[in-house]
Design a protein around this ligand. Structure first.
Ligand code: UDP
Length: 235
């Protein structure tokens, strides 16, 4: 598969066209940002770790009936995926109170939610990804009511599959972010990546943070945490 031109460069990834208009290559960088890119840094080998973890998770989801953009991992930092027209709505699924939910609602981090909570955010860096609801999505035409219902249902199914997968590896899945898009075929697929940049992972015994919060909050041991998730998920 020939990489042709760079279509897009984001905070953590590049997307390259290929000789097939329906496929693109995702290249995973070591660059890390937080707080809407106000904090910047690099995390050694993050791209390699996130590419490998995302591959394992997309395969696990496919095995459980979730359609994803994964075609195959090409090498350490590159993954061949179906080209998507991204729906500009980020879905966050939460099992345990943390991050912006704790802040917004004045709650302590760590409380179990009696059932998962799905939140929607408008994907717009300039606006800092504001929280929105179902009506905004449909009224502003970001997705149809039917597509929205479908991706929310998929998000809950993905949560079920991933919670079990991580618990078997001694990890609590606290919360995570998903993006979906429409492929050239017309199907709506799960896109982007699923990794310690986009999920909160806590060790099930010690509740130690094994994700990007170590970078966001200057907790130290950032690379080690990513490596630990890699060890439990990939090896
Ligand atoms: N998240 C993400 N990208 C974003 C915002 C959030 O991947 O632009 C993930 C984040 O890693 C966490 C979950 O979504 O696993 C919930 O994030 P939260 O709303 O608590 O925001 P944060 O406080 O992390 O910015």
């Amino acid at each position: 598969m020939e990489k042709r031109e760079k279509l897009y460069e984001g905070k953590a990834k590049q997307v390259w066209s290929t000789d097939d208009p329906a496929l693109v290559v995702q290249y995973f960088k070591d660059d890390a940002t937080a707080f809407n890119a106000q904090k910047r840094g690099t995390i050694a080998s993050k791209g390699v770790v996130n590419n490998a973890i995302s591959e394992v998770l997309f395969k696990e989801l496919e095995a459980n009936g979730v359609k994803t953009h994964l075609v195959r991992r090409l090498n350490d930092r590159e993954m061949l995926v179906r080209r998507l027209s991204i729906i500009p709505v980020e879905l966050v699924v939460r099992n345990i109170v943390a991050g912006s939910m704790a802040k917004r609602l004045g709650l302590e981090e760590g409380g179990d939610l009696p059932s998962p909570v799905v939140e929607l955010y408008y994907k717009d860096d300039a606006l800092g990804d504001p929280m929105i609801n179902d009506d905004h999505v449909v009224v502003f035409g970001w997705a149809t009511a039917e597509d929205l219902r479908h991706i929310k249902q998929e998000a809950l199914k993905i949560n079920q599959v991933m919670r079990k997968f991580f618990l078997e590896r001694g990890i609590l899945l606290v919360d995570f972010k998903l993006e979906f898009g429409r492929a050239v075929s017309g199907e709506v697929l799960l896109g982007d990546e699923i990794c310690p940049d986009t999920c909160r992972f806590w060790d099930a015994k010690t509740r130690e943070k094994l994700d990007k919060d170590r970078f966001r909050r200057d907790l130290g041991g950032v690379e080690e945490a990513y490596q630990e998730v890699y060890r439990r998920v990939v090896q």
